[in-house]
Write a protein that binds this ligand. Structure first.
Ligand code: ADP
Ligand code: NI
Length: 227
C-alpha cells in the first residue's frame, strides 16, 4: 500500500471514530477490500486515486458532522499533487446513490470502481446488518405492514424521505434492491448479483415469518419491474 493511501486511511480512521450511523471505519475497510477486488480486474485504472478516494469518500458526510471540506484540506495538507487531489475530489463528489441515482453515468473508470465498491457494502448480508443498525440509531421501526414503499422515488425525494420516519423494510425497496442495477464494473456486477439474491431470500423469509402475503406479492411485482 502506498504512503498516501496509508495516510488517508489514518485520517479517515480519526474522522469516523465513534460513528454509529453505519459509517464507522469498518465500512471504509470493507469498501477498500471491495475496491481491491475490482481493481484486480481493471488494470488500466489509477489504483492510488481509487484507494485514496475510498479512504476519504465519507469523511465529509453530514452524518459525521463535517464542515464539508475535510477531504480537500487533508489532500492539501499532505502536499498531494494538484491534479491528483482534484481527481480524488471529483471521484468523491460524483458517487453516492442520492447524487448519481440508480443508473449512474461516469466519465472515469475510477469513479465506477469507487461507486461499485461503496454500493456493494450496502447490499447482501452486510447491507441487511447496516440497514438494521441505521434504523436502530435513527429509531425507525422495523416494519409496518400498512406502509408500502413510495414508487418512482426521485433522488431528491429519496434524500428527504431518508430523514423521515420510514420503516426499515421500505429502505430495501427505496434503495437496496436497486443497487444491483447501478453496478458499472464486471466484478461489481458479479458480486452484486450474489448479494442481491441473498437480500431477496431474506425478505421472503421475513415476510413469511410476518405472515405478510401481500408483501410477498409486492416483492414479486417489484422484481419484475426493476431488473
Ligand atoms: P452510503 O454511505 O452507502 O451512501 P447512506 O449514508 O445512505 O449510505 O447510509 C449508510 C447505511 O445506512 C447504508 O447501509 C444504508 O443502507 C443505511 N440506511 C440509510 N438510510 C436508511 C434507512 N432509511 N433505513 C435503513 N437503513 C438506511
Ligand atoms: Ni460509504
Amino acid at each position: 500500500m502506498s504512503g498516501i493511501v496509508e495516510q488517508a486511511l489514518l485520517f479517515a480512521k480519526k474522522c469516523h471514530e465513534g460513528d454509529n450511523s453505519g459509517h464507522d471505519f469498518e465500512h471504509i475497510l470493507r469498501v477498500m477490500a471491495n475496491a481491491e477486488k475490482i481493481l484486480a480486474e481493471e488494470p488500466l485504472a489509477d489504483a492510488e486515486a481509487v484507494c485514496v478516494a475510498v479512504a476519504l469518500h465519507d469523511v465529509d458526510d453530514y452524518k459525521l458532522g463535517s464542515d464539508g471540506a475535510r477531504a480537500k484540506s487533508f489532500l492539501s495538507e499532505i502536499g498531494a499533487r494538484e491534479d491528483f487531489a482534484q481527481k480524488v475530489l471529483d471521484i468523491i463528489a460524483s458517487i453516492g446513490f442520492s447524487k448519481s441515482g440508480s443508473r449512474p453515468h461516469f466519465q472515469m473508470i475510477e469513479q465506477a470502481i469507487v461507486s461499485d465498491a461503496d454500493k456493494l457494502d450496502a447490499i447482501g448480508a452486510i447491507g441487511v446488518c447496516r440497514a438494521v443498525m441505521y434504523s436502530a440509531v435513527t429509531k425507525r421501526s422495523l416494519f409496518d405492514k400498512q406502509i408500502f414503499p413510495d414508487e418512482n422515488l426521485t433522488s431528491e425525494q429519496y434524500q428527504n424521505k431518508n430523514r423521515a420516519t420510514n420503516h426499515t423494510i421500505n429502505h430495501f425497496f427505496d434503495k437496496l434492491l436497486k443497487l444491483k442495477g447501478a453496478m458499472q464494473t464486471k466484478v461489481g456486477k458479479r458480486e452484486a448479483e450474489k448479494r442481491h439474491l441473498f437480500m431477496i431470500a431474506f425478505l421472503r423469509e421475513f415476510f413469511d415469518e410476518m405472515c405478510a402475503d401481500e408483501w410477498q406479492e409486492y416483492l414479486n411485482k417489484f422484481l419484475k419491474h426493476n431488473i
